[in-house]
Design a binder for this molecule. Structure first.
Ligand SMILES: Nc1ncnc2c1ncn2[C@@H]1O[C@H](COP(=O)(O)OP(=O)(O)O)[C@@H](O)[C@H]1O
Ligand SMILES: [Mg+2]
Length: 237
């Protein structure tokens, strides 16, 4: 097994007085694809937001690439190699495709390599080149999702967290978005945490899966095992 890239140990976080995460632990190895499943409200988005630092952890710790992460400091965590494709379309509707992509690189100090990064993103999504001057808000849902993924990819993250990237997309596009995640993983060696409602599709892409319920991880298994035994864990879920 490859080295551990992300080690999350007993993190607790929430909103105001409300505690949502009640001690979440999970692990992602270098270059691994992991899926996090669970019903609406289980705490999946809160987990990703806490790992990135958008929400400070009140307890627990995260080690990323061998160092304690910057709790509550998303800019620093992005600089160190984390990225999040947020739930909902995380694009600026009034900015053009290119402007959105360049914003994705704003935390990076070495602006010279932005051209290379842009080329990589365009290679992955050739459609974005054709629409480079179009305002993102006028794109279809699937195209906006490509922009959102492209933005997250611009800093060449070591870990990309994708929060329900296929939500609201037609079934054919759901498959394509998840294939894109796999492609990014293979081409760049990016480790991926994929939060998904399309359980079977997600399990088909991921190597391991975590199932969350009420702010806790209730199950961790190789994805293939969960796929094969869907009936038996379904009740837990
Ligand atoms: N901004 C917020 N303010 C207050 N409560 C929130 C906020 N975002 C999420 N929650 C609550 O936190 C819990 C977990 O939500 P979330 O992490 O979004 O779940 P999931 O992504 O698994 O659907 C839910 O009870 C939800 O209502
Ligand atoms: Mg969510």
């Amino acid at each position: 097994m490859a080295d551990v890239l992300l080690e999350v140990e007993g993190i607790e976080s929430g909103y105001g007085k409300k505690t949502v995460l009640q001690g979440v632990s999970l692990r992602v190895h270098e270059g691994e694809v992991v899926t996090v499943l669970g019903h609406n409200g289980a705490g999946k988005s809160t987990t990703l937001k806490t790992i990135l630092g958008l929400l400070p952890a009140r307890a627990g710790r995260v080690v990323f690439a061998g160092e304690p992460w910057a709790n509550g400091n998303p800019v620093e965590n992005v600089r160190r190699g984390m990225a999040l494709v947020p739930q909902g379309r995380g694009v600026f509707p009034d900015l053009t495709v290119i402007e959105n992509l360049m914003l994705g690189a704003y935390t990076q100090r070495d602006t010279q390599s932005n051209a290379t990064r842009l080329r990589d993103v365009i290679e992955l999504f050739p459609m974005l080149a054709e629409r480079r001057a179009q305002r993102a808000g006028t794109l279809s849902g699937g195209q906006q999702q490509m922009v959102a993924v492209g933005m997250a990819l611009m800093p060449r993250p070591r870990l990309m967290m994708m929060d329900e990237p296929s939500i609201g997309l037609a079934p054919v596009l759901v498959q394509r978005v998840l294939e894109t995640a796999q492609q990014i993983n293979r081409r760049f060696g990016t480790a991926i945490i994929l939060v998904e409602q399309n359980i079977k599709t997600a399990l088909g892409v991921a190597e391991r899966a975590y199932v969350m319920k009420s702010g806790r991880v209730i199950l961790e298994k190789p994805a293939a095992e969960l796929l094969a035994a869907q009936d038996s864990w379904w009740e837990l879920y």
